[in-house]
Design a protein around this ligand. Structure first.
Ligand code: ADP
Ligand code: MG
Length: 700
């Protein structure tokens, strides 16, 4: 009978209750299967031998062949250390022990060839290897089980408890003995054949005890593919269930509102990308299924007009529509912009935010409920229970990352039938990641900027060049332009950050004195009304300089502003820098982005700044960002399970991910219910995977 992999880890020979406890707490290993799926972080190539004169500072673990020629004991603060001189034919290094010294001295043989394995540190003018693994050369040559030695993820506590890499390796060895190395296959024959994958048993063996580089690579590929394949399969199946079970409101016709607007009032020609996306949305809205679509488009790519025209489709079919934005400034700006577009069409539109007056709220609540009000723009305030719709057909969420999943689903419940949902984001997510994180949403991309935009010139300047920068500002203002100066505001050091902001404001006020210059200031601690007042002054052109924290990051649109100065730019993340830069370059004039930093820059900061100077392609920037930060900080990843990947890496393995998605899609297209006998194995594994791991927590 096959070994039951759900057996608690306590039962494995050599584990025992206290070790089992540690394995559970420190590594989350509860069962045999969990141990099986503890994959090495890396491998040490034990085919390579170093001479003592080839050692380098900061080497990883190395092995050196030599002889112990002498032992000495060295007194130190607490107790003493044992030092052995280890010699090969070109020189010497030291081996050092802080514990177990008696045993070492009694058991190690002088002047016999050993292989010493460990990390060689540069210490006191020579190399020394603390607590090396030592093996007599003749044993070593006999024993060479696997040349690639796995290194398992471990924690300090574990090694202190004696659960070293070797112990884990031994436990796995035990597991392979008990199971005869035979494990249930989890991929179907057609997939195995087509991709020439090695079997599950072979893969597991070679990932833990690689026989060769080549087999290791095959094992890793097979296991990564499998892991990503089942995630994709879950997402695709979820999307299908969603589409078949949840009935949307089919918007059957395109009518007066849309056509009148399109023919008479559209302020510019749509880009091809906008047209394509509108078609995609139209197809969703016209079908019986409920739309659940993510619209990605770089800053300035023109998402708003797409949103508006989608709303018109809802209105044409007698439904209401809403647009939710993350900040009051943005909601107000959207409202002002859309109000102009609504006027000639006689559409009723209102805005609801935290600072809406009670009397105004009452009217809004009433007219939303009786259906008089057609479009509502707002902030989180829209989510309040009091806000009820007559028949909400389309809900649009702008700048998605500011809202959590919870809020998405609240909107969703605003109707007996869920409304169509369009989520818009200006933070480009690399396609591969989008596939994993939003694999259950359909994705549209506006990948083209409206024509006639001049690329923004981006430069990096050090603080000591500030005078030149100020002169540049003065010149731009004299040409009638407006300037943003943005300061970082990072939660942990809030007080300090505010000081930076206020100091900066003062220094700018000195260099740009009233009445010749007018300066606005906006930050998160101000009352919404004050913020709005300052913002409006800048929008109307009454002030030339806007000093602000990142509250202006998203969506704000002042076409006459042509210079974005980002202070302490090294402290911003890439996507934030990109967002901020997107505030300029919206008018006809040449725009500039100046990244100000001090002299000390980390390597990551340098990469971020160089990337900003080199490119303004949001997707390229997102890729670099993902490489620098990993997926952990990216929106949505927490919910998606991509962080709990056991062996695959969403960044490094994107080709495998694409393949996995392709095969999962194909499978579901040809056998939607996994009913074919050849897919039994997939159906069973799928059931098991979904039983033990729940990744269904998107909108539901
Ligand atoms: P974002 O995608 O960042 O939300 P917006 O929708 O705010 O971008 O559009 C940015 C600016 O570009 C707005 O001033 C908008 O009127 C303008 N715009 C949008 N689409 C086009 C187009 N096809 N041609 C010219 N200008 C456009
Ligand atoms: Mg926008």
């Amino acid at each position: 009978m096959a070994l039951n992999l759900q057996t608690p880890i306590d039962y494995l020979k050599g584990v025992g209750p206290s070790r089992a406890d540690f394995l559970r707490k420190e590594l989350g290993i509860h069962t045999y299967q969990d141990l099986m799926n503890l994959f090495p972080n890396r491998y040490i190539d034990r085919t390579q031998y170093y001479k003592t004169n080839q050692l380098q500072q900061n080497n990883a673990d190395v092995q050196v062949i030599g002889k112990i020629v002498s032992f000495t004991e060295v007194a130190q603060k607490h107790g003493k250390r044992l030092v052995a001189t280890f010699q090969d034919d070109v020189g010497t290094m030291e081996l050092v022990w802080f514990r177990g010294q008696k045993w070492i001295k009694d058991n190690l043989k002088l002047n016999k060839p050993y292989v010493a394995f460990g990390k060689a540190n540069w210490f006191g003018g020579k190399f020394s290897m603390p607590h090396p693994e030592l093996e007599l050369l003749e044993e070593h040559e006999k024993n060479l089980r696997s040349a690639m030695q796995p290194v398992y993820p471990s924690t300090e506590k574990l090694s202190n408890k004696g659960i070293t890499n070797k112990v884990i390796s031994n436990m796995l060895q035990q597991l392979f003995i008990e199971s005869n190395g035979r494990f249930k296959e989890t991929l179907s024959a057609p997939i195995l054949n087509e991709l020439k994958l090695i079997s599950k048993s072979e893969a597991l063996f070679n990932v833990h005890f690689p026989k060769s580089q080549e087999l290791l690579a095959k094992a890793q590929f097979r296991l990564k593919f499998e892991e990503l394949f089942y995630i994709q399969l879950q997402l695709i199946i979820k999307n299908r269930i969603h589409k078949s079970k949840i009935k949307g409101f089919p918007f059957e016709k395109i009518d007066n509102y849309f056509n009148t607007f399109y023919n008479n009032y559209l302020p510019f020609d749509l880009t091809n990308a906008q047209k394509r996306v509108l078609k995609e949305i139209r197809a969703d809205l016209g079908s019986n299924a409920q739309m659940n679509r993510l619209l990605q488009g770089d800053v300035g790519s023109g998402k708003t007009i797409v949103a508006f025209m989608s709303m018109l489709m809802a209105l044409d079919n007698g439904f209401q529509a809403c647009l939710m934005a993350p900040t009051e400034i943005l909601a107000t700006q959207h409202f002002n912009g859309l109000l102009e577009l609504c006027k000639p069409l006689n559409i009723s539109i209102k805005t609801l935010t935290g600072s809406s007056k009670t009397s105004e709220r009452k009217i809004i609540h009433k007219t939303l409920e009786n259906g008089e009000l057609q479009i509502i723009i707002g902030t989180h305030a829209l989510l309040e229970d009091k806000v009820k719709f007559h028949n909400l057909g389309l809900a649009i969420i702008d700048e998605q990352h500011r809202f959590g999943v919870e809020q998405r689903s609240k909107l969703w419940r605003k109707n007996t039938n869920p409304p169509h949902i369009l989520v818009m984001t200006a933070t480009p997510i690399p396609r591969t990641l989008a596939m994993s994180v939003y694999g259950d949403l359909d994705i549209s991309v506006i990948d083209e900027l409206p024509s006639g935009r001049k690329p923004i010139k981006t430069v990096h300047r050090y603080d000591k060049n500030r005078l030149n920068v100020f002169k540049f500002i003065r010149d731009e203002i004299s040409k009638g332009r407006q300037i943003y100066v943005v300061y970082p505001l990072i939660q942990e050091s809030e007080a300090l950050d505010y000081k930076d902001l206020m100091d900066g404001y003062e220094s700018i006020s000195r260099d740009f004195p009233m009445p010749e210059y007018q300066i606005s200031i906006v930050h998160g601690k101000m009352k919404p009304a004050d913020k709005d007042f300052e913002m409006q002054r800048f929008i109307k052109g009454e002030t030339q300089i806007m000093v602000a924290t990142t509250v202006i990051e998203v969506g704000v649109n002042v076409p006459n502003a042509s210079v974005m100065i980002i202070e302490s730019a090294e402290r911003f993340g890439l996507s934030q820098l990109h967002q901020l830069r997107g505030r300029v370059g919206r008018g006809a004039e040449q725009s500039y982005c100046i990244l100000m930093t001090g002299h000390k820059l980390s390597n990551d900061s340098k990469t971020r700044l160089e990337t900003m100077v080199r490119t303004s392609d949001g997707f390229e920037i997102a890729e670099v960002d993902l490489r620098l930060r990993g997926p952990g900080d990216l929106m949505g990843t927490q919910q998606s399970g991509v962080l709990n990947l056991k062996i695959a890496d969403i960044v490094k393995d994107k080709n495998i991910l694409q393949q996995a998605r392709y095969y999962a899609k194909n499978l579901i297209n040809t056998d939607p219910t996994l009913a074919k006998p050849e897919n039994d194995v997939i159906l069973n594994t799928y059931k098991e995977v979904t039983k033990f791991k729940n990744i269904w927590n998107y909108i539901s």
